[in-house]
Design a protein around this ligand. Structure first.
Ligand code: ATP
Ligand code: MG
Length: 355
């Protein structure tokens, strides 16, 4: 019997609804697979916790999470709590504290989900974007001088380290190697930014020599948006900096049809700490409590979590059930259907059980 300890942190808004849906699907998988158990512990951290305690999570929060095999995360953000508190109080401390330096975002057009790209259907867009998650443009370096004066200067410094770039590059090549097409595109802006970005290109070429069976190419980020839109089939695995991949993965999510289906994994590839799995979407208070949040992103990220735990059969079973349900038209309103979160969840559970 294989036993996994999973920390569930639903947090805010529809996060609670989609994680509860995901937990019932995990329980169903446990029944179906038989020799695996998921020991799921819930943590009530988030904006409500903040309103009662003045912090998003307890001071020893990371200490509490350390012994888990994985973290299953909902969404943070509330209309009456500032973004810097919600984001910097819970999600980012976990990412940084556990050195989850690889942010992995699979995107594909699923049967039954309409892409805004004309004539594009399943098979035409099947990507994984690897986002550097620990440094770069979001490292917080910079400042402002002469504040408010006509000569004011603001700087935002991107910090790239050889160690940081090498480890994300290696992760991306390895991931590309594990996918059928063995194809990697390295994205930079090295024509206009002549230091850190040129270092990215150089390190990509160095790491590439360790993976002779992976074909790879380089793209400038501006040209990349065009290629993603006009030639989606020419891409497979993509690696980019923190900022570039942030933007490209929003574009990817839109091209695949909806934010509600896009998952993400924050991975510590060295497995020193638990990795964290979450939908890309936020807390979406406009639909909170209505029972119509799309749970597909939270199911898909649960499949990412199962893969990370080594439960590849359970992961494949879950994904094929999700794809079948989308294809048969049991969908929430954001993707053009009329089903509720509960109805989609029940349909996925039924699809798993009948397999
Ligand atoms: P954030 O501040 O983190 O961006 P948000 O509350 O603005 O969070 P987003 O995730 O950005 O929400 O989503 C934007 C809109 O897309 C939401 O307001 C909602 O209408 C829709 N949306 C997002 N996720 C889902 C989902 N899972 N199901 C249905 N609709 C969704
Ligand atoms: Mg938003």
């Amino acid at each position: 019997m294989r036993n996994y300890k999973i920390a569930a942190i639903p947090a805010d808004g529809i996060g609670t609804e989609v994680i509860s849906a995901g937990v019932s699907v995990l329980e169903c998988l446990q029944k179906k697979v038989g020799d695996v158990t998921f020991q799921i512990e819930h943590f009530d951290w988030g904006s409500d916790y903040y309103k009662k305690n003045g912090v998003m999570m307890p001071e020893n929060g990371l200490e509490k999470l350390k012994s888990f095999d994985a973290i299953y995360f909902g969404a943070v953000g509330a209309p009456d709590v500032p973004d810097h508190i919600t984001l910097w109080g819970l999600r980012l401390p976990i990412c940084q504290g556990f050195d989850q330096y690889a942010n992995v975002r699979p995107t594909k057009i699923m049967a039954g989900i309409q892409s805004p790209l004309r004539n594009a259907g399943p098979g035409d867009l099947d990507w994984v974007i690897v986002r550097e998650n620990s440094e770069g443009e979001y490292s917080g370096h910079g400042g402002r001088a002469h504040r408010g004066l006509p000569e004011e200067v603001g700087t935002e410094v991107a910090i790239f380290t050889r160690a940081g770039v090498t480890r994300i590059m290696r992760y991306a090549f390895k991931l590309a190697q594990s996918r059928p097409r063995k194809l990697l595109t390295v994205v930079t802006k090295s024509n206009a930014q002549r230091h850190g970005m040129v270092m990215w290109d150089e390190i990509a070429a160095e790491v590439a020599t360790e993976f002779p069976d992976v074909s790879w190419d380089k793209m400038l980020v501006d040209a990349m948006t065009v290629r993603m839109t006009l030639h989606p089939k020419s891409l497979d695995t993509i690696v980019a900096t923190n900022l570039h991949a942030d933007i490209l993965s929003d574009l990817a999510g839109a091209l695949a049809g909806s934010l509600g289906v896009a998952p993400t994994a924050n991975i510590d590839p060295e497995r020193r700490f638990p990795s964290m799995f979450e939908p890309i979407h936020g807390s979406a208070f406009d639909i909170t409590g209505k029972g119509i949040a799309n749970p597909v992103a939270s199911f898909w990220t649960a499949a990412q979590m199962l893969d990370h735990l080594g439960e590849h059969d359970a992961s494949a079973l879950l994904m094929s059930a999700v794809e079948e349900v989308c294809a048969t038209g049991v969908k929430t309103p954001d993707v053009g259907g009329r089903a509720t979160t509960r109805e989609v969840t029940d349909a996925v559970i039924a699809a798993i059980m009948k397999r």
